[in-house]
Ligand binder design. Structure first.
Ligand code: BG6
Length: 456
């Protein structure tokens, strides 16, 4: 659903193509639907520019398996015709009716479209009819605040079993994000240090060079806090800060993430907007929507007492990178010459160069006892070879397998909305910044006020 949208043409369909190239998709049909009167070939032509290595044979497979049907979400009749279309194709290609519906559409359509898909029988409750599997994936944003997310959850609960609902956060399908819990809980060396006793502060920065790329109609209603902080950044923070789950698997991890999200509180925030944003297509002329946000958070529990977590994110910035810094407390200086110049820190790189590095002090070569910080580095690419760049490739495969850990549970979503709802953003001044810069200049004052300096 939403097959002609930005996400489908830029990420989803190219990801399906990558899956075909890597031979990880056995026989299946891909059926797109949206309001536009367009052909399947025309949609695929739009996707071509987002494909890195072109392979004639894989492209042909995609062309043979990709179909498109015009569908107006507001017309029940269209859903009847759509169901007939899908069932005929399934018969022609001898496919089982195991179905995944992917909602890449505005959240106000999530519930009515799911209702229609259930009404026409394309999606069925698996606890009522377990003969095949039926899953529905919802792209973010899941609602626009706590109240709307709750209403959405209540509506879906009437139609589907929770195990069929996949609230997608594509960051959870990135290898580095998936490995945070593994890094923390399968190694002995980190966990004993992972608390207010040894950690000074945490930082998550998600910087983008791109602007809103013609997505003004959507983005202007949301802004960076709802578009990126509410989901990707809070999910990262939850994985960094959660308590050890009973087992490192779906439901146990979600229990712990929900617990820590419930305790997360925004303390201070700064918001900005890049110069030229108001001239973007689909954006209100006098819009106050933020394209940049820096937030100080605290977690109200024993482990994180007094430890701030800083978030920083924005569009049209100088660099494209997503980094997590864990800053350890300084040690007492026992050297009688110069002391370590900086405390240790762990840097987790989501992109670029996915991996992490632990920054420790070593002795300088030579006679004088002097410490220099060095990085012990791990890079996914260097160790494991090429890793997929488009996280949707992995995400779609996990969806087809029905892996629950890439889905965010209803309570996590509601707590995450609580955090963002509490940032009283109407009362904050909106600072402007130059595209290609590091954000508003006022960020320096924010740093001084909190006696910190963003590393990312
Ligand atoms: C999406 C947001 O969820 O994440 C976009 O809607 C943002 O605005 C994107 O650009 C960032 O994802 P990635 O994988 O490119 O870092």
């Amino acid at each position: 659903m939403g097959a002609t949208g930005d996400l489908a043409t830029r990420r989803l369909i190219p990801a399906l193509y990558e899956i075909i190239i890597h031979k990880k998709l056995s026989s299946c049909l891909i059926i797109g639907a949206a309001l536009e009167d367009i052909s399947s070939r025309e949609i695929l032509a739009q996707c071509k520019e987002h494909i890195k290595e072109f392979d004639e044979r894989a492209w042909k497979v995609l062309e043979e398996r990709f179909f498109y049907k015009q569908l107006d979400f507001k017309r029940p009749d269209d859903f009847n015709t759509f169901a007939q279309y899908v069932e005929e194709l399934e018969k022609k290609y001898a496919c089982t009716p195991n179905r995944l519906a992917y909602m890449s559409i505005a959240p106000q359509f999530f519930c009515p479209v799911t209702e229609e898909l259930c009404r026409v029988g394309l999606i069925k409750r698996t606890d009522v009819d377990p003969s095949y599997w039926y899953r529905v994936a919802f792209e973010k944003p899941f609602g626009e605040d706590r109240a709307s997310a709750e209403a959405l959850n209540a509506c879906l609960a009437k139609l589907l079993d929770e195990s069929q609902i996949f609230r997608i956060d594509h960051y959870l399908a990135k290898d580095v994000i998936g490995s945070i819990a593994l890094l923390r809980f399968t190694n002995r060396v980190l966990e004993p240090l992972w608390s207010h006793e040894h950690i000074d502060w945490g930082e998550i920065s998600l910087s983008e060079t791109s602007t809103i790329r013609g997505r003004g109609y959507y983005y202007d209603k949301f802004g960076q806090l709802k578009d990126v902080v509410q989901n990707h950044m809070l999910q990262i923070a939850a994985l960094i800060a959660m308590e050890a789950p009973t087992y490192l698997s779906g439901e146990f991890i979600r229990d712990e993430k929900a617990r820590v999200l419930k305790r997360m509180k925004p303390i201070d925030a700064l918001v900005g907007q890049y110069e030229g944003y108001q001239q973007e297509a689909g954006v209100k002329a006098d819009t106050k929507t933020e394209t940049f946000a820096a937030v100080k958070m605290e977690i109200d529990n024993k482990r994180w007492k007094g430890v701030p977590f800083y978030f920083k994110t924005g569009k049209a910035l100088e660099k494209r990178e997503t980094l997590i810094h864990i800053q350890f407390k300084p040690v007492k200086c026992l050297l009688n010459t110069s002391c370590p110049s900086e405390p240790n820190y762990l840097l987790i790189r989501v992109n670029p160069n996915a991996g992490f590095s632990l920054h420790l002090n070593v002795k300088n070569p030579g006679l004088i006892l002097q410490a220099t910080p060095v990085a012990m580095d791990f890079s996914y690419e260097q160790t494991f070879g090429q890793v997929p760049e488009n996280s949707y490739e992995l995400l779609l495969q996990e969806l087809l397998r029905g892996e629950p850990s890439i889905s965010v549970r209803f309570d996590e979503i509601e707590y995450a909305w609580d955090v963002v709802d509490r940032i009283n953003h109407a009362s904050l001044p909106l600072y402007s910044y130059k595209p290609g810069s590091n954000g508003p200049e006022e960020l320096r004052e924010f740093e001084q006020k909190h006696t910190m300096k963003f590393r990312g």
